[in-house]
Design a protein around this ligand. Structure first.
Ligand code: GRF
Length: 188
């Protein structure tokens, strides 16, 4: 059995709603789960996701917006809390290559498209405009280039004629909530 003390400590970085954080916390509570969310960092003061961390008594911090300040404080907290993996979940900053190097642990990200297609923002709108037949989500390792690290898991969905960016976003978000925990368990 996986005991709490043997579970790998994960930090989640957020900037907003935090539905992926919520899904990660929920999944971490399953007996078979090999990880626990031990730290949540936000670069936005009013990020809704911080409430999930508070409710679950997970250490959480808002760190001011300046990237270098965020990264320095994050590095310290990662060390102190013995974090072994960082998950970016709706974290709207691009981490510097210096941070990635200094952290020295895997950093994962979830992106709402089938990478390498549609890197960057507004993926659902662009998927529909480009008349793609499929879209989905990708969990990947983070490197110094945006949405470009090694892919861990992808989940695919058919784009229907009736879909608009909002309906597509909703369907893909559901897939994201399954994909992130799966990817995490896969690399542990
Ligand atoms: C998700 O769609 C994720 O793929 C993208 O930002 C969104 C964050 O949503 N990177 P949430 O904050 O996890 O609800």
């Amino acid at each position: 059995m996986v005991t709490l003390s043997s579970k790998l400590k994960v930090a989640v970085f957020i900037s907003g709603r935090g539905s992926n954080l919520k899904a990660l916390i929920k999944s971490s509570k399953l007996k078979k789960s090999k990880y626990q969310v031990s730290l949540v960092l936000s670069n936005k003061l009013n990020a809704k996701g911080l409430d999930f961390a508070k409710k679950n008594k997970i250490k959480n911090y808002f760190i001011e917006k300046k990237l270098s300040t965020f990264e320095n404080k994050a590095l310290r907290l990662i060390k102190i809390n013995k974090i072994k993996i960082i998950c970016l979940a709706g974290f709207m900053r691009i981490l510097s290559s210096n941070f990635i190097k200094k952290a020295g642990i895997p950093i994962l990200n979830i992106h709402p498209s089938l990478l390498p297609k549609l890197k960057g923002l507004n993926t659902h709108e662009r998927a529909i405009k480009a008349k793609y037949k499929f879209s989905g989500c990708t969990v990947h390792h983070v490197n110094e280039k945006l949405d470009s690290g090694k892919i861990i898991i992808q989940k695919k969905i058919k784009i229907l004629k009736s879909d608009n960016p909002k309906t597509l976003a909703k369907k893909i978000l559901k897939l994201e909530h399954i994909a992130y925990a799966e990817a995490l368990e896969k690399i542990i």
